[in-house]
Design a protein around this ligand. Structure first.
Ligand code: UD1
Length: 394
């Protein structure tokens, strides 16, 4: 039983579903908790990634952490009791991950955690708590990097439960690359509907949704100021997450819906910040692959920019993905507006050494993280094939 719940789960679970289908031994059910439910946060990803409709939809929706986690558990338990899966597979670090892992383990069902072992060492992050707890109760821990193995061993997880397999999110990126490029090739701006002339120039792409950044007014206003300053130099495209939309509104900044006249999905603000609704997988990848610079507080985007060779400034003080700094294009810039602007400008005055570094990465002369090669899901399924014994009596 493969569990998904929130946007970043879909691209991690997709390749596993595809790989499991190749083996007659496995029958796979997809359970979607409904933690994310907007079309733009969920349905569009199933379409873009070619995933089937979930077999089970729990429809939990949004709530406080306790209520959301509890609701998922309450609704997931009867599904487990009815279907009696031999294995529940959870991915990532969202509330759906820990809720379903905990439900399964208490029913005596084996749990596999994909993307185990990542640590920001910041327990104020809800995801860090989800990661720590999910890893403690999982039977199969699939890691994306060897740092993850080290973290797990340090936390007392037996070595025979840990499998370094690579990154299934990168599997998706590599599989979809051809499709991204087709979109790109036909003039990504037009294709995507971003018809404003400014978009043909280089642009910066921004995503922000971490509670620590957007729910804190002082920090959020600081970051917004930094974006305004950057937007004086280069258009800033900002697909807005629902959580962030609420905070923009609270700060008097509105996201204007598409103009029916122009049939454009964008509104260019005077300050050059282009606010658009959240994008599907292909659209977002296309924008990211063509950006001069990405500014983000997402986890997955740090990894994707590393593979795409696009400079990434992470608007956080820590990262659970240090490999994207040591072997990729990522740089932690914190939340101080002055620092964000200073770091961004380094990329916007070519030909800077950093720009040259970016070109080098694109040329493939820089190392990419080990096993981020598009075959992580195949490794996961190989492990299951060789190690997994059915122990449940049905
Ligand atoms: C969740 C994950 C986070 C992940 C992010 C990706 C947890 C603890 N956090 O954060 O790790 O990086 O997803 O997006 O699981 N909302 C909608 N429509 C939706 C979904 C959410 O309008 O489809 C709104 C709701 O009002 C909700 C808010 O967005 O209150 C936040 O959603 P929630 O799922 O609680 O957390 P995210 O911030 O999305």
């Amino acid at each position: 039983m493969l569990v998904v719940g929130a946007r970043p789960n879909f691209m991690k679970a997709g390749p596993i579903w595809r790989e499991l289908r190749k083996h007659k031994r496995f029958q796979t059910l997809i359970v979607h908790t409904g933690q994310h439910y907007d079309k733009g946060m969920s349905d569009v990803f199933f379409r873009d990634l070619g995933l089937p409709k979930p077999d089970v939809y729990l429809g939990v929706g949004s709530a406080s952490h306790a209520v959301q986690t509890a609701r998922i558990m309450e609704k997931f338990e009867p599904v487990c009791l009815k279907e009696r899966p031999d294995l529940v597979m959870v991915v990532g670090d969202v509330n759906s991950t820990i809720a379903c892992a905990l439900t399964a383990v208490k029913l005596g069902i084996k749990v596999a955690h994909v993307e185990a072992g990542l640590r920001s060492f910041d327990r104020t992050m809800p995801e860090e708590v989800n990661r720590l707890l999910t890893d403690q109760i999982s039977d199969y821990l699939f890691t994306t990097c060897l740092d993850g193995n080290k973290n797990l061993i340090r936390e007392g997880i037996p070595r025979n439960k840990i499998f370094f397999v690579g990154n299934t999110m990168i599997d998706t990126l590599m599989r979809m690359k051809g499709q991204n490029e087709r979109k790109r090739g036909s003039g990504e701006a037009e294709k995507l509907g971003y018809k404003h002339k400014r978009i043909r120039k280089p642009y910066a792409l921004v995503t922000l949704h971490r509670p620590s950044n957007v729910d804190n007014k002082l920090i959020f206003r600081g970051i917004w100021k930094a974006l305004e300053a950057i937007a004086k130099k280069i258009p800033v495209i900002f697909p807005v997450h629902p959580r962030t939309r609420k905070m923009l509104k609270a700060n008097g900044i509105t996201l204007t819906p598409p103009s029916p006249l122009e049939r454009e999905r964008i509104k260019v603000r005077d300050d050059g910040i282009i606010l658009i609704p959240p994008l599907g997988y292909l659209e977002f990848m296309s924008l990211m692959a063509n950006a001069a610079l990405v500014l983000t507080d997402s986890g997955g985007i740090q990894e994707e920019t590393t593979i795409l060779g696009i400079p990434c400034l992470t608007i956080r003080n820590n990262t659970e993905r240090p490999i994207t700094i040591t072997q990729g294009t990522n740089r932690l810039v914190g939340t101080d507006p002055k620092r964000i602007v200073k770091e961004a400008l380094k990329f916007l005055t070519p030909p800077s050494p950093l720009e040259r570094e970016r070109i080098k990465v694109r040329d493939g002369s820089k190392r990419r993280p080990e096993l981020w090669d598009g075959k992580a899901a195949a490794r996961i399924v190989n492990v299951l094939n060789s190690k997994f014994q059915i122990t449940n009596t049905k």
